[in-house]
Design a protein around this ligand. Structure first.
Ligand code: NAD
Length: 250
């Protein structure tokens, strides 16, 4: 699927990440279909995307989005509990809970429903993408990729693009262009069996291990560790609850 041919976006799972992914694509001009499993979940998605702290109305209030653009973006979002409503999407993001067997089973079902040429992009926090894609058809594996966004998606501009040996060049190029169309900064990551966390979460986890070791050894208090990282490295937040800029602004 070429970037120019991506006209309609699907999102499987309308939680914290799926809602944010739907929002940035709707604002970028794409019709977006979000599928979740219950009316309650759908209502929670609607609430978060339209009215939430990082939602579209709030974007208008703080001057990030014009009123007319916000109305148009909200009109582009369709919320559904029907898997079949994703059938005509050109690229479907997977943002269901971080359970490998659940992702494999639901993606297998999705594979049989969505048109064969559509791209599947998993937002897993770190599972090996080849394992997430294990049960989809061989042809879909060429159109399977990781696109890992950060929370809250509306404000965090990062997208790790995780390519597998099967991902076609066209799939990689389309993922890049789409991420750029929503204003993301991209890091390319090679899918690597035996690992978890791609780039961002591995480095963060390593830093956290070191911070905890320093606290556990009595070298410094959690507060002093957080203060050092926030004031000395300009981190938006520390490891132990310390807050710098995060949460104060979009
Ligand atoms: N929360 C984060 O900070 C964060 C950041 C980056 C990546 N991720 C990853 O994104 C994915 C989603 O995480 P989240 O925090 O948004 O989770 P979440 O629990 O907020 O949302 C998951 C949603 O998926 C729905 N769901 C479950 N089964 C489904 C199915 N069969 N079909 C459709 N929807 C289904 C749930 O009802 C829920 O609304 C996970 O893989 C997670 O690791 C999370």
């Amino acid at each position: 699927m070429k970037f120019e041919d991506v006209k309609r976006i699907g999102v499987l799972g309308g939680g914290v990440m799926g809602g944010g992914i739907a929002q940035i694509h709707a604002i970028a001009g794409y019709p977006v279909v979000v599928r979740d499993i219950s009316d309650e979940a759908i209502e929670a998605t609607r609430q978060a995307v339209f009215e939430g702290k990082w939602g579209i109305k709030r974007a208008v209030e703080i001057g990030k989005l014009k009123f007319d653009d916000a109305v148009a973006a909200m009109d582009r979002v369709t919320l559904t509990t029907e898997m079949s409503d994703l059938a005509g999407c050109d690229l479907v993001f997977e943002a269901i809970p971080e359970k490998l067997d659940l992702k494999q089973a639901v993606l297998k079902e999705l594979d049989s429903i969505v048109k064969p040429e559509a791209i599947f992009a998993s937002n897993t926090s770190g599972f090996v993408i080849q394992e997430v894609a294990r049960d989809v058809s061989e042809s879909r594996k060429t159109a399977f990729i990781g696109m890992h966004y950060s929370n809250p998606v509306a404000t965090m501009r990062m997208c790790e693009i995780v390519y597998t040996p099967e991902s076609s060049d066209e799939t990689v190029a389309t993922a890049r262009q789409l991420a750029e169309a929503t204003g993301r900064v991209i890091s390319m990551v090679k899918d690597t069996p035996g690992t978890y966390g791609f780039l961002l979460n591995r480095i963060f986890a390593a830093a956290y291990r070191e911070a905890k070791a320093i606290v556990d050894a009595g070298i410094a208090t959690p507060e002093d560790v957080d203060k050092a990282m926030i004031s000395g490295r300009n981190w938006p937040a520390g490891f132990f609850g310390g807050r710098g800029g995060i949460g104060k602004q979009w």
